[in-house]
Design a protein around this ligand. Structure first.
Ligand code: FES
Length: 108
């Protein structure tokens, strides 16, 4: 069952930012760029790079390790990469920034 989890306070953001947050057992990259929030998985599918250490360009998140690119809107890798990252819905509410995730099950 998907649920909305608060990952940040809702306060005025002046600059683009990328930070790693946790929500429902997922490691998520919370990106604020061009006055909009995006939430995507923080692990690069190429070789496990930390996408929160990357940067944004033309609507893509760039991995700092080998510079693979992923669309912030769709998660799709650039042409020729043949991969993708998960994207998560984001809502900015009065009481915070929320990301919708499916909780991961824990095994004993
Ligand atoms: S680990 Fe991200 S591009 Fe290689």
């Amino acid at each position: 069952m998907p649920e909305w989890i608060k990952v940040a306070e809702n306060m005025p953001v002046k600059e683009a930012s990328i930070r790693k947050v946790k929500a429902g057992g997922h490691n998520i990259c919370l990106v604020y760029v061009e006055e909009k929030f995006y939430a995507v998985s923080s692990k690069c599918p190429h070789a496990g790079g930390e996408l929160a250490g990357g940067w944004c360009k033309d609507g893509n998140l760039i991995c700092p390790i080998h510079r693979y690119q992923y669309s912030l809107e769709t998660g799709r890798g650039a042409a020729g990469q043949g991969d993708y990252i998960d994207t998560f819905p984001v809502e900015v509410r009065e009481d915070g920034v929320f990301v919708q995730v499916k909780k991961k099950w824990r095994l004993f």
